[in-house]
Design a protein. Structure first.
Length: 73
């Protein structure tokens, strides 16, 4: 089963926690907000889908975000 990941990019503070916690799914490039990696993004770079194998990784990234802008549902 696939789960949806989304990032409220306009509130991103570029801390890099998500990409250091779960680099498979998140990337933060200098001066740009957090994005879903190309492999997992859906209609744009703030949304994606992951399978069961990555849910724990994404959940860790959700928990690591100091501004709580990543959702997994």
């Amino acid at each position: 089963s696939m789960m949806k990941v989304s990032i409220k990019q306009e509130e991103c503070i570029l801390c890099g926690n998500c990409s250091s916690t779960c680099p498979e799914v998140f990337i933060v490039e200098p001066g740009e907000s957090s994005k879903v990696t190309k492999e997992y993004r859906t209609k744009n770079d703030s949304e994606g889908e992951v399978g069961d194998d990555l849910v724990d990784c994404v959940q860790s990234a959700v928990d690591s975000c100091p501004v709580n802008i990543i959702t997994l549902e």
